[in-house]
Every structure is written in structure tokens, then in C-alpha cells.
Ligand binder design. Structure first.
Ligand SMILES: Nc1ccn([C@H]2C[C@H](O)[C@@H](COP(=O)(O)OP(=O)(O)OP(=O)(O)O)O2)c(=O)n1
Length: 269
């Protein structure tokens, strides 16, 4: 059975209650501590929640439920309409004795000022028969607040998407791991170039047109050409020599003929 405002008051389930916080069948919780992602606690003056920011908000009221009452917590519609969302709303079990809290995210694109007089959670109370299981849990305000402060520091980033961490990861992915990889590739490129240079040098000796084997062939070819050249020269020299000899011989014959002619002419006188 859903309890009315009168029944909620009569059940005595809310300590530090504010008369203006009652609805017809609900009670609206007011903020006590607002805790940011650094674990800073804001009280009294309220807190401005930035877009995408996550804060923990603990309740001013202490809620104590007997065996036969269970409460349901939901985010206030007015906050929801402003783009604020609560993470852990849920059920408050019979036997709970302590404040309540929720993580609130500002999904809007504007700052939202959460005033200490602005309720953040709405509670509905249901009376039922006694359950078999009953686990009384008592949480003192300070102890509870410290638990939430720990959660704020350890579990959530400062924003819903933890933009800082994401940006850090993306940066790391793009540049952090790229630098060693780039260094590796540059080193490998260096090795590649050095290898190519070595190959090119060796190719000068071993590859067709440049290789040592071909160099040897070339040398032998050059030697043969030189020999042929020499032989040609010898031949040419030899030819010249034989022509010269013939010229001398002809000259000798001519001289001899002239002598005979002269002798004949002498005989004729
Ligand atoms: N916004 C809320 C909702 C509930 N509770 C309290 C009252 C609940 O009785 C208790 C346990 O709630 P759940 O069972 O939903 O949460 P857990 O899973 O943390 O409980 P447990 O650790 O007991 O299993 O937490 C709270 O402090 N703040």
C-alpha cells in the first residue's frame, strides 16, 4: 500500500524532515553534501554542476524503515527536465537507517545550480506485511558521506564520459605509441637504406654490366683488343717495311741500270 503524506509522517520514517518537502504520496529529499570528483565536499551554499559533470549528493534527511515499509527513490522530474540524471535511485529496504545518496550527471549543455533548498530525490513509501528477511543497517551521516567521497574519488571521473581520460587515451594512442613505432619504422627504414646501399655496392661487382666477373671479362676483352691493335700496328709496320725494301730494291735496280747504260754509252764512244 502506497503511503500518503499523513501516513508517512505518522510512520516516523524520516528524521530532520521538512514540512514543505512532502507531496501527497511522497517525500522529497534535500541535499546535504555535494561531493565533486576530487572529493571536495560542498554544504550550505549548494553547487553548480557543469555540463557532463558527475557529483554525489547525500540527503539531509535520515530515513529509517521498519519491517513493513519499503521505499522507492526516483530522480525529481524537475531535475530530469533540466537534463540532470541520477544514477543510483532504487529501493530502500526495510531495516535501512541512514541518509540516502545518488550520483547526479548534468547531461545538459548548461551549468545547473543545485541549491541546498532544491530537492533531488523523491521517495514513495509502501507498507506491506512483515518479510522473513530483515537486515537492519545503520549508517551514520559522516561515515556514509566518507563512503560516497571515496566512491567519488575512486570510481568516477569528473565528467560522465571522463573526457580527460578519453582525451589522454586518444593522445596516447595517436602520439604516445606512434613515437616509438615511428622510431622503429625510421630505424627499420635506416637499416633498409643501409642494406640497399650495401647491395648496390656489391652489385657493382656481381651484377651484369657492373659485376666483377663481367669486369674480368671486360679486362680480358680489353687485353685482346690491345693485342689485336698491336698486331695491326705490327702488320702495318711490316707492310711499310716491305714496301720500303721494295722501293730500295727498285732504286738499286734503277741505279744499276743507269750504271750499265753509262758503261754502254762509254763503250759506244
Ligand atoms: N539512492 C539510494 C538507494 C538505496 N540506498 C541504500 C538503501 C538500500 O537499502 C541500500 C541497498 O540498496 P541496494 O540493494 O539497491 O544496493 P546494494 O546493491 O549496494 O546493496 P547491498 O550492498 O546491500 O547488496 O542502499 C542508498 O543509500 N541510496
Amino acid at each position: 500500500m502506497l503511503l500518503t503524506d499523513t501516513e508517512i509522517k505518522a510512520a516516523g520514517v524520516i528524521t530532520y524532515q521538512n514540512s514543505e518537502s512532502f507531496g501527497s504520496t511522497s517525500y522529497n529529499l534535500l541535499p546535504d553534501a555535494i561531493i565533486d570528483s576530487e572529493g571536495e565536499v560542498y554544504k550550505g551554499d549548494g553547487y553548480t554542476i557543469k555540463p557532463q559533470e558527475i557529483v554525489w549528493v547525500t540527503s539531509k534527511e535520515i530515513v529509517s524503515l521498519p519491517h513493513d515499509i519499503t521505499a522507492h527513490a526516483t530522480i525529481k522530474t524537475s531535475l530530469c527536465n533540466k537534463g540532470l540524471l541520477a544514477l543510483n535511485i532504487g529501493i530502500i529496504d526495510p531495516g535501512w537507517n541512514g541518509p540516502l545518496a545518488t550520483a547526479i550527471i548534468n547531461f545538459s549543455k548548461s551549468n545547473y545550480y543545485l541549491s541546498p533548498t532544491k530537492s533531488f530525490l523523491r521517495l514513495s513509501f509502501y507498507r506491506h506485511s512483515n518479510s522473513e528477511i530483515f537486515k537492519p543497517i545503520t549508517k551514520k551521516r559522516y561515515e556514509y558521506q566518507e563512503d560516497k567521497r571515496k566512491d567519488a574519488i575512486e570510481i568516477f571521473g569528473s565528467t560522465f564520459l571522463d573526457v580527460k581520460s578519453i582525451a589522454k587515451d586518444v593522445k596516447k594512442e595517436l602520439f604516445g605509441s606512434f613515437a616509438p613505432r615511428a622510431a622503429f619504422y625510421v630505424t627499420m627504414l635506416g637499416f633498409g637504406l643501409a642494406g640497399f646501399a650495401l647491395f648496390a655496392s656489391l652489385a657493382a661487382y656481381f651484377l651484369p654490366g657492373n659485376g666483377a666477373a663481367y669486369q674480368a671479362n671486360f679486362t680480358s676483352l680489353q687485353q685482346r683488343i690491345d693485342r689485336l691493335d698491336e698486331q695491326t700496328r705490327e702488320l702495318s709496320t711490316g707492310t711499310k717495311t716491305s714496301i720500303q725494301t721494295q722501293v730500295y730494291e727498285i732504286k738499286g735496280i734503277e741505279d744499276r741500270l743507269n750504271e750499265i747504260e753509262a758503261q754502254l754509252a762509254g763503250l759506244g764512244k
